[in-house]
Design a binder for this molecule. Structure first.
Ligand code: PAF
Length: 295
């Protein structure tokens, strides 16, 4: 059975009734659920006694009104999938429930420094402030022991980890591997907006990332510093040459803090397992992101 709450007071009342011995897992989403989300819920179900999933399309993390407007909403299908997977609770709040004072007046005390200025932060100003705002608010309401998020949004997981530290929170962040389509395309709600032609070409993003990661790892294996900038430029150009593709960045970075490797002297390049390759590519008017730990 799936219990559905729209009001935060109802969810909070349910939460108060839950025995403190039970472990509560939480999977925040913006809906349009796919196998990537379901993998998070399945992992939470394996590791927790109860699992709450939220669906809330958070206005404060969209820096383009168009993106918010076009964000896919598939509520009936989402409900069906949550029932099938065996999720216990769905929290489906309104904007007023989450931001009683209005989204623009919601508290946002976090500071992320360089981490919110690179990659997604550089191309989507304010995005991570919005993510931290909503995740902290949801955690306050749900009060889980464990929070499940996907590696697909790698930078987001680092932001949330830093946010939990800043909150002095005991919540355990569990980052789960990216789920891919058979042809390698990372699962994303935005994939629904690709045309058949764009969908057929979209796996080129993963192919380019794998090729670039191999080029990096091979140089390191041979004991040579990887020519980071050259590798990035080569695959950025390859992606840019595909019809309708407009890559924003294709960047090797330190996995721990996303410091771009381009800025490091060759002798300070970390080993491949401590390097993440991140990319964002517009395919037509759909913006796709992906990443890969290089090893
Ligand atoms: O990854 C997402 O879907 C969103 O950024 C999240 C974590 C649900 C916050 O709105």
């Amino acid at each position: 059975m799936l219990i559905r709450f729209e009001r935060k007071t109802d969810l909070e009342a349910w939460r108060r009734e839950l025995s403190p011995d039970l472990r509560l897992g939480f999977v925040p989403t913006m809906g349009a659920l796919h196998r990537g989300h379901l993998a998070l819920i399945e992992r939470a179900l394996e590791e927790c006694d109860r699992v709450v999933c939220s669906i809330f399309v958070n206005p404060t993390q969209f820096n383009q009104a168009q993106d918010l407007q076009h964000y896919p909403r598939t509520e009936e299908k989402d409900l069906q999938l949550l029932l099938e997977v065996g999720c216990h609770v769905l929290f489906l709040p309104t904007i007023e429930e989450i931001y009683p004072e209005g989204p623009e007046n919601a508290p946002n005390p976090f500071v992320f420094g360089e981490l919110e200025k690179v990659m997604e932060g550089a191309h989507r100003p304010g995005h991570f402030r919005g993510v931290a705002q909503v995740v902290s608010r949801l955690l306050e309401i749900v009060r889980p022991q464990a929070l499940y998020m996907g590696q697909k949004d790698y930078q987001q997981t680092l932001i949330v980890r830093s946010m939990l530290e800043q909150m002095n929170s005991a919540v355990q962040l569990v980052v789960c591997p990216t789920v891919r389509e058979e042809d390698g395309l990372a699962m994303s709600s935005r994939n629904l907006r690709l045309s058949a032609e764009q969908r057929a070409l979209a796996p080129e993003i993963y192919r380019a990332m794998r090729a670039a990661a191999t080029a990096f790892a091979l140089r390191k294996e041979a004991g040579l510093p990887a020519p980071v900038g050259q590798i990035e430029d080569r695959y950025l150009q390859e992606l840019a040459a595909l019809p309708g593709f407009r890559p924003e960045y294709f960047c090797f970075a330190r996995a721990a803090d996303l410091k771009p490797l381009r800025d490091l002297p060759p002798e300070e390049l970390p080993p491949p397992e401590e390097v993440v390759l991140c990319t964002a590519v517009w395919v037509g008017d759909v913006r796709l992101i992906d990443n890969l730990i290089v090893s």
